[in-house]
Structure formats: C-alpha cells, structure tokens
Ligand binder design. Structure first.
Ligand SMILES: [Zn+2]
Length: 767
C-alpha cells in the first residue's frame, strides 16, 4: 500500500517498503513502554479472565490445520474468479455453506456495480516503424491454471474511459507530479501526446490522473524489470519474479475521491438504488489507459529519441532510456462493456451471548484479478480457518460475548466494491454497533506487519508477543523488531531497542479497511505476514496455485500464523471485560504527525529559498549541457510561517487527557467497575474512533470522513496523516492550511473533552 514499490508489490508493500526502511509493524520507531507486570496480564481482562482466554487460544490454535488451508486455497484459486465470473459466484456459495456448517448464520448479500470489461484493446506503434503490442500473457507449461484463457479477463486497467487516440510518445518515469517538473526542465510537454509510465512510485491510478492534468491524451503503464522482475531474482517459472511477458492488471479509478461503486457514492448499490448517469461518475479516468508487459514496452522505449532520461528514471531493459517526445508515435484504442455486474459478499454471523449489539467485523476479499492464489486467497483461507476454529470452540460450549461478523468481500480489486457497498448499506447500524474492523488481504512467508488505528497498537503488540515464528522460534514481534534494528539507521535502532512495543503504521487505502475506517469511522487494523516471498506475479495470470506453493508460503506455516494472530485479535476484542483500546497511543501518534507538519513546512521553505538562490546565481543553467534544451524551473512562492499554535495546544491537551484517562481507567478497573460504568466505558471506547471523523469529510472529498488517516490524493494507497492540513501544505495552499489547522484543533479539542468527561466518571467519588 505505501511508497516506493507499492504498485509492483501490491497493497502489501507497505510491509516491504517498511522492511527496507527498517520500519516494520509498518511504522517506524518504538512506541510507549508497557507498564511493568503487564506481560502476564491481558489488556481488558481480569487475571482469572486472562487465564480462561489464554486456554481458549491454545484450543483455537489446535484447530488450525495447514492441510485444510492448502486444500481450501487449491479450491478457491482453481479457476479465474473476478467480479461477475462463474467461479466467483461459486466460491461465494461454497464459503457460505462452509460457514453455515461451522454454526454461523451465513448469507450472501449482493449488489449491482459498474464493472467495465474490455470489448476492444489495440496498441500499435505507427512510426518510426510498425509494431503491434501483444497485450496477452502466454500460458506456461509449469503453471497449469495459466492455460485457462477462456475464463481469464484480458490485461486492462479497470475504469479507464473508452478512447481512440494517436500521438507522439513521451517517457514520464513513474508519472508523478515531480516527474513532469523534470520534463519541463528539458522543455518537454505532454500536451496532445501519449505518456509511457512505469509501475511503481505511487498507486497506479495516480499516473493517468496526473498525465491528464498535464494535457496528455493517453497513458500506457508498463512493468519495468527494475520493479518486481529479474533484478529481484529469477523470473517465473524458474524463480518467483515477474517475467517480461507478465502484465499487472488493476484499477485506475480516482479512489482517493471515494471507494466503491462509481455510480452510487455514499449509498449501497442495491437493486433500486438511485444511480448517477455514467457521464457523472467522478472516479473514471479522463484519458484512456492500458497496462502492458516489459516485452511490449521495449520496442516503444527503443524507438524514443530526445535526451537521455535522468539516471533515476532508467530501468532494467537493455536500452538507453530516452524521454522523447517521439519519433515513436502510437495508436491506442480501447472500448469497454459498461454494464452493471453483480458482486456477492458472504456475511457469516455468530451472535454474541452477552453483548449481541457489539460487533467485531473481520474481513478479507474473495475476488481476484485472475486465479489470485496469493491475492487474495492466501488471506481468505486464513480467515476461513479462524472462523472454523471459533465455530469448533462454540460447538464445545464456548459462547462469544460479543457478536462476530465474518465477511468475504467481492469486488475488492476494481475498487473495494463489495466492502464499500456493504458498509454504506449498513452505515447506521455499523456506527452504532461496530467495535473494530480487522482486515487481511494476501499473506506469505516473512514478518508480522500491522497498520491501523493507534488505539489498537498495544493490543497488536500484546498479540505479537504471544505468537511464535514458525522458522525462528521467537515471538513474531521480535523478528519484526530485529529486522527494524538490522536495517535501520542509528536513531531507529535506539528507538526500537528502547521500548517494548513497536509503533504500528497508519492506513491509507488499498484494501477493504478503507470504508470502515475512513468512511464510517470504525477502529481498524490490517495485520498480516510477508517479506520473504518471491512475489512478481501481482495481478497477473501467474498469481497461481503453482506459484504460491513454491514461492508464497510453501508450508502454509505463515498463513496459519496469520490465523493465530487475527484469531487472537478477534477473540480478545470479543471476550474482554473492558475493550482493549488505549488512547494514549492515539495521542502519541497524532503528536508525531503534528510535529511532522512543522518539519514539512520548514523543508518547503528551505526549498523555496534554495530555488531562489539557484535561479539568482544561474547555477542550474550554467551547469546544464549547452547543446541540450534547458528551461529554468519557475521560482517557488515564499512559504509563510503557518499558524500552528491551535494544533500544538490541542495536541498537548489531548496527550495529557489521554494519559490521565489511562491512569484513571487502570485504577478504576483495579477497584472494580460497576456494571453501568463498565458499559459506559465500553460504549465510549467502541465509538471513540468516530470522534476523529467529521461529517463534512475532507476538503473536496466528503466521502473520506476520517481526519487523521486518509489515502493521499497524489499517492493513492499511500497514507496522508492529518490529511486536510498536510495536503494543503503540500499543494502550497497556505491560507487553506491555516484554516485546516484551526479545524483539526477544534476536532481534537472536542475529542479531548469527551475523554476528560469519561475520566471524571472513572474517578472515585470524592470523600
Ligand atoms: Zn487483495
């Protein structure tokens, strides 16, 4: 999901990026230390209750079977199962029946969503010589399901518009705003031209969006081998990495505007929902866009003239990377079938015996781009194993205290369709009842990674200490910490060694947590394993059973561990006396994000001043090759000192209130809570995340209501924390930044007042 490799590595890369940067549990740094003696207790449980819970978890673990995980994966990934496919529907029915056999009230909820599929795709180079792109992935002998071509969707980017365009080609690197600034310095403009971008550097949907903003008429995205190809290791089928013929499908909708069905933003896409006319759908691209393989990109790149691309733009194909424009000219033609298709969510409920109106929602998607053995089936089967094990405990007499809702979402790949439509349909009920949403997607060999609401950070750490790595025989949390220490800089090492808990990452988007966290305001987590797989098959026909069983998680040991971790999270949320949220971690994280905003502004100010000097002394111009085109970059506007005081004050008071609340809570629990106080405390904790949202949403994108975490408008999956302020600063809207600073301060003040009120109720009556 985040930074750097995200497109080549999928939504899971937040973990890989994090590994590389020494920042696992996908964030950096260590968080606050646990109080002494806490290790033998469980957050939210009495001592006696903790003993029962730990025994229950032993019994739960014993019910997880690796053989079953493998058999389920081989069934679900046996045929292509994208939105609207026969196998997708069959998988939903099969899982519904499994849940029912384990004692759940299981049903399928269906929605009708816009899912355009290709009718015509053509890409041809018309000058300086002719070349017709193959636009297909060949079947491979060592990969049996790769030959199921009749059932496979062709290679395409969903939510591209129809188009028939011809123009000169320009190579734009990752196609991010800064890449266009570099092109401008070479005097290159993409207006009326077709851009060729490589995957990586941001979520793919950002590439056509930025290209269109610069006047391009078409966009091609290719998988350069420098991303997930041979530079990482042997390509499939010898190794696990992407071959030259493999293509990354994927959505290019403007998901930072809203996720879910393009025609029903904010409401469920039920049969009789009021739908926007297609022309008013805001999340379609403005230009046609098509993904291609490295093999199809190579002749196009080789035919480009003009100046050499900057060193950082050069990939791993054996040719000089030039920017153009031309003399390569290409003709791109795309036409789609714009009909609605059904999505089938599987919803399986085990009602709570004591607190039926408090829901723990646990989800993973079941649709894939093609066979999807890794994405999503590896995560889906872990969820099934958890549900079966809890069903087994229930058959032996266990009655969950709170209600468990297991979900297998359809339509995640095109844009979180099934989860978003379900969340929008059940919005009022979720706001009232949801305790937390626990997401997974793909799982593979490697390190524990976690991101989400910081109120759940301590719980994740507690669970990470209680699950043992299958290959190293230490707690999975300690491998994550060790990787951070081994790969980190001195400062990161010191922080990771100094504290017992690790900081979890913040969530942007890229999987089904988005509607729950950012639209409804439910505390959410995304927790999985990975980083030691060979995964160059993301969104291709080669994300197959054969591939996963050699290079994903051959022994299914880490899939089983994902079930252990998420099973514990689910059970501890369900069975705790007092919900295991800790608000001091939320306060700490917000404090760090607020501090970053000041550093960001200072950095931009410095850059503006430096630009002014460079222009004044003509250094850039004099340093440039006189025989090449050079256009001096424009001067940057002066960066004023922003009015951070309201935010700084709000954060300081929030931190103080959260710390006092945690103390009062601990003391009150030690004294013993009355039934009423406990119920009130739990209601407060359950709904606290909603206080970090606003009904008006983020500026210009009201669907996103969370004011702490959002996907970036120019990063896609990548998170922007305190997004309203951060994006105003990044976009150099200084007045707007000051307005948003005051607004977030008001929101934090209101949340803090609620914390103080709850603290007062927890304090002993004064004598
Ligand atoms: Zn997925």
């Amino acid at each position: 999901m985040i930074a750097g490799l995200e497109d080549t590595m999928s939504h899971r890369t937040f973990r890989l990026a994090a590994c590389a940067a020494a920042a696992i549990l996908s964030g950096l740094a260590a968080a606050g230390a646990s109080p002494p003696g806490i290790e033998d207790q469980l957050l939210g449980f009495s001592s006696a209750g903790a003993g029962v819970e730990l025994e229950r978890e032993q019994a739960f673990d014993a019910l997880i079977s690796k053989e079953e995980l493998r058999a389920w994966l081989e069934h679900l990934a046996a045929r292509p199962h994208h939105v609207g496919s026969e196998w997708g529907r069959a998988n939903a029915e099969w899982m519904r029946d499994l849940f029912a056999s384990w004692g759940y009230a299981a049903r399928i909820e269906s929605f009708d969503v816009l899912f355009p599929t290709p009718k015509r795709r053509a890409l041809e180079m018309v000058a300086p010589k002719r070349f017709r792109a193959r636009l297909a992935e060949p079947a491979l002998a060592g990969d049996p399901t790769s030959g199921q071509q009749k059932e496979q969707l062709p290679t395409f980017n969903v939510f591209s518009i129809d188009g028939d365009v011809e123009g000169e080609l320009v190579y734009v690197n990752y196609g991010l705003p800064e890449d266009y600034e570099a092109l401008a310095q070479h005097g290159i403009d993409v207006k009326g031209r077709i851009v060729l971008a490589r995957y990586g550097g941001s979520w793919r949907g950002i590439k056509p969006k930025v290209a269109a903003e610069h006047g391009a008429i078409g966009c091609l995205i290719f998988s350069d081998p420098s991303g997930d190809g041979y530079t990482q290791g042997d390509p499939w089928p010898k190794g696990g990495w992407r071959s030259g013929d493999s293509v990354q499908r994927g959505s290019v909708a403007d998901m930072p505007f809203h996720s879910g069905d393009a025609l029903t933003p904010g409401v469920g896409a039920t049969k009789d929902a009021v739908r926007l006319p297609l022309a008013e759908a805001r999340i379609l691209t403005r230009i046609p866009v098509l993904p291609i393989s490295a093999s199809d990109a190579e002749p196009l790149l080789a035919a480009l003239g003009g100046a050499m691309a900057p060193p950082a733009w050069r990939g791993a194909l054996p040719l000089p990377y030039r920017m153009g424009p031309g003399p390569a000219r290409v003709h791109l033609e795309l036409a789609f079938d714009w009909s609605l298709k059904p999505v089938h969510d599987v919803i399986a409920v085990l009602p709570g015996a004591e607190l039926p109106d408090e829901w723990i929602v646990r989800g993973n998607h079941h649709d894939a781009w093609v066979n999807g053995a890794s994405d999503p089936v590896s995560g889906m089967v872990a969820l099934l194993a958890e549900a079966k094990a809890i069903g087994g405990l229930a058959k032996a007499g266990f009655k969950p205290r709170r209600t468990l809702v297991y979900a297998a979402w359809d339509g995640e790949e095109p844009g979180l369709l099934g989860s978003t439509e379900w969340a929008e349909t059940h919005l009022a009920e979720l706001r009232d009842k949801a305790v937390a949403y626990l997401n997974t997607d793909s799982v593979s060999r490697g390190f524990l990674a976690a991101a989400g609401s910081h109120s759940l950070e301590r719980l994740v750490n507690e669970v990470g200490r209680s699950v043992i790595d299958p290959e190293r025989a230490v707690p999975v949390l300690e491998r994550t910490r060790a990787a951070g220490i081994a790969n980190g800089d001195d400062k990161q090492r010191e922080r990771l060694r100094g504290k017992s808990d690790l900081r979890i990452g913040a969530l942007g988007s890229g999987s089904d947590f988005t509607p729950f966290l950012q639209h409804v305001g439910i505390a959410a987590l995304n927790v999985d394993f990975g980083g030691e797989e060979q995964y160059g098959q993301y969104h291709s026909i080669y994300d197959s059973i054969a591939h996963y069983e050699r290079f994903g998680d051959p022994g299914f040991a880490y899939v089983a561990k994902a079930a252990e971790v998420n099973g514990r999270l689910t059970l501890r949320l369900s069975e705790s006396d007092v919900l295991p949220f800790t608000l001091d971690r939320t306060a700490e994280a917000i404090g760090e994000y607020a501090a970053e905003l000041g550093e960001l502004t200072d950095g931009l100010r410095k850059a503006s001043e430096e630009r002014e000097r460079l222009l004044g002394e003509r250094s850039l111009e004099l340093a440039a090759d006189p025989q090449q085109t050079f256009v001096a970059p424009p001067a940057l506007d002066r960066v004023p000192f922003l009015e951070f005081a309201p935010l700084s004050n709000a954060v300081a008071l929030f931190e103080k209130a959260a710390a006092e609340f945690e103390q009062a809570r601990t003391a009150a629990v030690d004294r013993g809570l009355s039934v009423e106080t406990r119920a009130e405390l739990n209601r407060f904790l359950r709904t606290f995340e909603r206080r970090l949202t606003s009904d008006a949403g983020l500026p210009g994108r009201p669907w996103y209501r969370h004011q702490i975490y959002a996907p970036g408008q120019y990063t896609g999956y990548g998170v922007k924390t305190l997004p309203a302020v951060r994006e105003a600063i990044e976009q150099r809207h200084w007045d707007e930044a000051n307005v948003q600073i005051r607004q977030i301060a008001v929101l934090l003040d209101a949340a803090r007042a609620a914390i103080e009120e709850m603290t007062t109720k927890l304090e002993p009556p004064s004598s």
